[in-house]
Design a protein around this ligand. Structure first.
Ligand code: PLP
Length: 453
């Protein structure tokens, strides 16, 4: 694509397109990078640059770009039946087949799924289902949902309220009432004055404290990501989830595990819940479900909640025009079949995850890196001004954004959350491509250091 086409697209983009999660004004000044095509783990921009996509789009293109099988699944479904709903006692083959497949892959006690168009809608569904469940059970006062600070559960009003992103809460008035947040298990950011083990237990104890403050009889559910994604690829200390499970076992509260990022192989199991041995009552899913080729999400529902909704609940007044959309369902099903047939999830667990862990950890010797952590194919680097003390750069330097921009210019997509650099590449990345990713990251760190120190 010629230069003038890029400039024209950038101008039209400025003039008409309000982008998600974007400072509209700064976009006007700088102009957007125009991405035009993609293959494997690489994206290409309108100027012909090849860029290694270390984020798999937005943590979603698990199977990699350019899979013709998914195009074929979409095309043939669009020809056969482009749309029909599943309201009012109708259904269609792709949604049924996808539901069956998901329930095969999910933990054994999860045998039902409700489809949505996105992860945010999945979490709206979670909130409605949790409240509906307790109302049917004759305990309508069980309304409170406990989430975590810096957790992310989407951008709709319910998703934003369940999440604990302060900047989102500060925009636009009150959140949904009846939602409260406890501290996050972010050892590097908040717990380095104690051992990981102790810190993990303290964070779990905060859950019990909040349950007791609110009164167990008023608490409906606890919601958390297995590993916080958007919050900064925060892998909790080993002690955290076992201690949370102990707390939950004492109280009659539902567990919601948000698998929107961790699901579909990211951590080396089909679901993050399997990695941490969790038994969720509800699991919101999206992203890797269709590898982002078409939009689809859902909520996997455990037997306890499903049996109640089905046998005792009557009509549940909830659903979306695109719940179980035939083409999206067909693509998602093909995506899951390919992930399974090609052993991609096992490869993350047995080969690529351990390989990335070794290579990623090698970056910890860089003077800018305070911590290099990874699990499966998700990783984070903590940028610091002083490696010994872990002191951060002054916020005004925006070190993370600088490093992110340098990465992009140098042929690698990384994401920054404050001064935490994140990667989450497609699960089909090869060892050689991981080596390339590590090399590009080191170059960007060197260049960032040159500018800051
Ligand atoms: N839940 C988690 C854990 C997420 O990371 C996201 C998106 O990043 C969502 C929910 C929201 O999904 P969506 O953007 O599809 O609405």
């Amino acid at each position: 694509m010629a230069n003038q086409d890029t400039a024209r697209l950038q101008q039209l983009d400025r003039d008409h397109y309000l982008h998600p999660f974007t400072d509209f004004k700064s976009l006007g000044e700088e102009g957007s990078r125009v991405v035009t095509r993609a293959e494997g783990v690489y994206i290409y921009d309108s100027e012909g640059n090849r860029i290694l996509d270390g984020m798999a789009g937005l943590w979603c293109v698990n199977i990699g770009y350019g899979r013709k099988e998914l195009v074929e699944a979409a095309t043939s479904q669009l020809e056969q039946l482009p749309y029909y709903n599943s309201f009012f006692k109708t259904t269609h083959p792709p949604a049924v087949a996808l539901a069956e497949k998901l329930c095969q892959l999910a933990p054994a006690h999860m045998n039902r799924v409700f489809f949505t168009g996105s992860g945010s809608e999945a979490n709206d569904t979670v909130l409605r289902m949790v409240r509906r469940y307790w109302t049917i059970k004759g305990k309508p006062e069980k309304q409170w949902v406990i989430g975590r600070k810096n957790g992310y559960h989407g951008s709709t009003v319910a998703g934003m309220s369940l999440g604990g992103m302060a900047p989102m809460h500060e925009q636009g008035g009150p959140c949904v009432p009846g939602i409260t947040h406890i501290r996050q298990p972010y050892w590097f950011g908040e717990g380095r004055d104690m051992s990981q083990d102790t810190f993990g237990r303290e964070c779990a104890a905060a859950l019990e404290e909040r349950i007791l403050e609110l009164g167990e009889e008023n608490v409906a559910a606890f919601i958390a990501e297995p590993v916080q994604g958007a919050g900064g690829a925060i892998m909790p200390p080993e002690s955290y989830w076992p201690a949370v499970k102990e707390v939950l076992a004492k109280y009659d509260i539902l567990l919601v595990v948000d698998e929107v990022i961790c699901g579909f192989g990211r951590l080396g199991e089909w679901f993050g819940s399997q990695h941490y041995d969790l038994e969720p009552d509800l699991m919101p899913i999206a992203k890797g479900l269709s590898s982002g080729y078409l939009p689809i999400g859902g909520v996997l529902v455990g037997d306890r909640v499903a049996d109640t909704l089905i046998n005792e609940g009557g009509e549940f007044f909830h659903g979306f025009t695109y719940s179980g959309h035939p083409a999206c369902a067909a693509v998602a099903l093909r995506n899951l079949e390919l992930l399974e047939a090609e052993g991609i999830v096992d490869r993350v667990r047995d080969d690529l995850g351990p390989y990335l862990a070794k290579r990623w950890a090698s970056l910890a010797d860089h003077p800018l890196v305070g911590e290099a952590r990874s699990l499966g194919l998700m990783g984070a680097l903590e940028l610091v001004a002083d490696q010994q003390t872990g002191e951060r750069f002054d916020e005004s330097l925006a070190a993370g954004n600088l490093c992110r921009d340098l990465c992009f210019d140098n042929g690698l997509v990384m994401r920054s959350v404050g001064d935490t650099m994140l990667i989450s590449p497609a699960l089909v990345i090869t060892r050689e491509e991981i080596d390339e990713l590590i090399g590009l990251t080191r170059q960007a760190l060197d260049e960032t250091a040159r500018r800051l120190i």
